[in-house]
Every structure is written in C-alpha cells, then in structure tokens.
Design a protein around this ligand. Sequence first.
Ligand code: DPM
Length: 363
Amino acid sequence: MPPSQDDGTTKILKIGTRKSPLAMWQTEWVVDELKKLDKDLMIEIVPMSTTGDKILDKPLPKTGEKSLFTKELEHALALREVHIVVNSMKDMPSTLPDNLTISAVAKRENPADAVVMHPKHRGKRLEDLEDGSVIGTSSLRRIAQLKRKFPHLKYKSVRGNLNTRLRKLDEANDYSALILAAAGLKRMGWNDRISYTLDTEVFMYAAGQGALAVETRADDVETIDLVSKLHDKHTVIQCIAERAFLRTLEGGCSVPTAVRTYIKDDELYMKAGVYSLDGSEALVADMQTSLTPNEEWDRIMTSGDREASCEFASITTSYHFVSPYLLKAAGHLGRDIAMLLVKKGARRVLDEARRQNLMSDSI
Ligand code: DPM
C-alpha cells in the first residue's frame, strides 16, 4: 500500500537529481531498488541543474566552491521540495549543511581510476606514450599521483559529462588518453572503453569514489527508515572512514588527497595520502582497526536510540543495520590517519597546494 498522508492523499516520494546521464542512471537505480522493497511506492524524479553542471569553461578545483554538484539539490531538500537527493558519494562535500544527512550508501562499484586511450593508441599503456603526450583530467588527485609515475606526460583539464569527454577524446587530437572513474564508465555501459584500470595500491582513489549516496533531511525519520534499507554494510563503513579522513583534513576537490580502504577478516584497512600539486611531495600512511564487537559495542548499543550518525562523515544508519560501534571505529580510523599525516606535515603540503591552485592559470 502506498503510504497515505495525514490528509488522506497518497504520498509521492520525490527524488532530486542532476540531469547528467550518469546522475539519471544512478537515480533510476535507486528508484528500482526502492520499488523492489515496495512495488506500490509512488516516486517522482525531479531533475535539476547545479553550478557544477553550468560551469564548463574552467577546471572545477578552481571555481572555489565546495558543493558544486550538490548545492541546488540540497537547497530543494532543505525546502522540502524533494524527500531525497541522489549523488555520487565522491561529489558530496565532507561537511553537509545542518539538518541534512546521508542515510543510504549503496554498494560500491569498482573504485579504481581507469585509463581510456585514444582509439589510435589502442593496446598501449601510459608508459608507452611518447614524451609530452596529453592526458585529459581535471582532478588534482589524479594529476599529482600520475606525475610521480609518469613525469614524461602532460596533463590538461577536460570538462563536461562523460559522453562529452569521450567525444572530445575521440574527435579531437588534443588528448592521448583520459583518466576517468571506472565506476562511471561501467554504469553507463561503456566498460569496453576502459583500456585498463590503475592499480589502487599505487593510484589511490577519491574518498567515496564508486559509491552512491542518498541524502535526506536528518529529521525525516520516515524517509530515513525507507532508504536506509539500501545501505551496503561494507561500503558504508569504508565511506565513513574515507569521509572522516577528508573532513579532518578539510580536504575538498581543491587539494590532492587520495584513499584506499578494504575490509578483510573483520579488520578495516586504510591507506591515505596527500600530495603536492606537482606530485613531488607525497605523504602516505597505513592504518587498520578491528571491527570485532567488544564491551564498548555493548555499552553503546544499550543507549536506546534508533539511528546512529557519524559526526565525522555526516552518515546516518539504523542501529539494526550497522552498529554505532562500527561507525565510531571507522570514523576514528579516518580521523586518526589524517592526524598522523598532519604530524608528518600534511597541512603545509595542502595549504601550499591550495595556494598554488588558486594562483595558477592552468594545472
Ligand atoms: C570529484 C572529482 C571528479 C569528480 C575529483 C577526483 C573528477 C574530475 C575530473 C570529486 N568528482 O576524483 O579527484 O576528472 O575532471 C565524478 C565522476 C563520478 C562522480 C567522474 C569521474 C563517477 C564515478 C563515481 C567527477 N563524480 O571521476 O571520472 O561515482 O565515483
């Protein structure tokens, strides 16, 4: 039965989304999953344009705005024009506006970055490209890490949604290859454009890459109860650690930071790095934490609340799904690895990167 509102009319769940094909795909995926849970649920998709979609003439890290892809959507959410907003997790700022929270983190796709070669370089790898070949990406994180391994290549910004970027690669002779998230290509059905994926141990990914975030108002218990069923346990724990890392460093897309997390035998492993823009400096650290229940878990579990939020990550889960102990352990891991990097000099590296990024005309 569709839920009824107080006035007896049928409630329609409204979902805000960007209009790009990838964003629409992700939203439709969420709709399908919600319909699997309740086939009578009435859902309306509300497509919107965001600042990030409108600014196409400059690399995003230079626009100086943190929530480029989310601001307009979050505004609609806060104004109660929509109940839910769907975004790529990695486009979510590490700090959300008051009263908004991420209440579902869906199963992560392959988080790796992919190399998409120009068709004329089919079969080659980045090391095979001749000196001065141009790689298309506007990500400071990708550029910094790639420059360390491939100093012979040049890096140039490429903007627009995935379709536009691939067309720019194929039709112009500006770029020898693009670097794109494997997850976006896979979702769009363009797996065959992936020449190969970069080893995530060497080329770490952005916090939240490959995961989907469903954002709601923090006080909208009814919607939270509904969408939190889409949580993937491992993904949410990993994303909490990754976002806590980002939040502690106050990183956004204007500074190069990268992560890698995985869960094995009830341990959460995390590697994280911060880089200078030219990649000459890299501060990297490894840490792990146990996800095995202990006495502290029992103590937190008896507090009687229904939902748990991780303040470091702005992610909410129901107690039945992910224990607050796990939220805490993951949040602390991300925070601690960031603090360790700060001890090693991360603030200086990132402040310098931020300053250079604002000053330079090109990256
Ligand atoms: C953010 C970055 C990029 C996007 C920066 C980064 C890539 C920008 C570029 C925060 N958001 O990764 O270091 O290369 O010019 C974005 C993509 C996806 C979500 C596309 C991509 C799809 C994959 C996913 C853009 N946001 O990274 O190729 O859901 O993780």
